[in-house]
Design a protein around this ligand. Structure first.
Ligand SMILES: [Fe+2]
Ligand SMILES: [Fe+2]
Length: 134
């Protein structure tokens, strides 16, 4: 399935953005910098979320068991929630409040994203090894 390498590549790009966000959190960022990274993450995430959910539908139609599909999709919505919260604080332009949001929602988002993508990749690798035609 030609979508798998694309999805994995997007994971790498998202991971890089998460590292950049983590560095920002640790270095007392300006609102402008946070806004820039969040926009980048949001754009990347919208593309990835759509592609991945379409791929999940395709896998299911192909008869591939997807025990984690509901959880993966619920987590996608959860990420959007954290992202929206962070964006709200970026728009409020209060640096101190934004820093608190980054320490809570920001770190939570980073952690959940990493675990989510790691689990998805275990699933992707399983699919690849089961059927090379996919
Ligand atoms: Fe996902
Ligand atoms: Fe993913």
């Amino acid at each position: 399935m030609e979508q798998l390498p694309i999805l994995k590549k997007e994971h790498e790009e998202i991971r890089n953005i998460l590292v950049a966000l983590e560095c920002l959190i640790e270095n007392n960022p300006t609102i402008y910098k946070v806004k820039e990274i969040l926009n980048k993450l949001g754009e990347m995430w919208d593309v990835h979320e759509k592609r991945e959910e379409a791929a999940f539908e395709f896998f299911e139609k192909e008869g591939i068991e997807m025990p984690f599909k509901t959880m993966f999709i619920a987590e996608h919505r959860e990420f959007k929630g954290h992202w929206k919260v962070l964006n709200k604080y970026v728009s409020s332009s209060h640096a101190k409040i934004l820093n608190v949001a980054l320490e809570t929602d920001g770190r939570m988002l980073i952690d959940k994203f990493r675990k989510h993508m790691a689990l998805e990749e275990i699933f992707f690798n399983k699919i690849s090894s089961k059927d090379n035609k996919l």
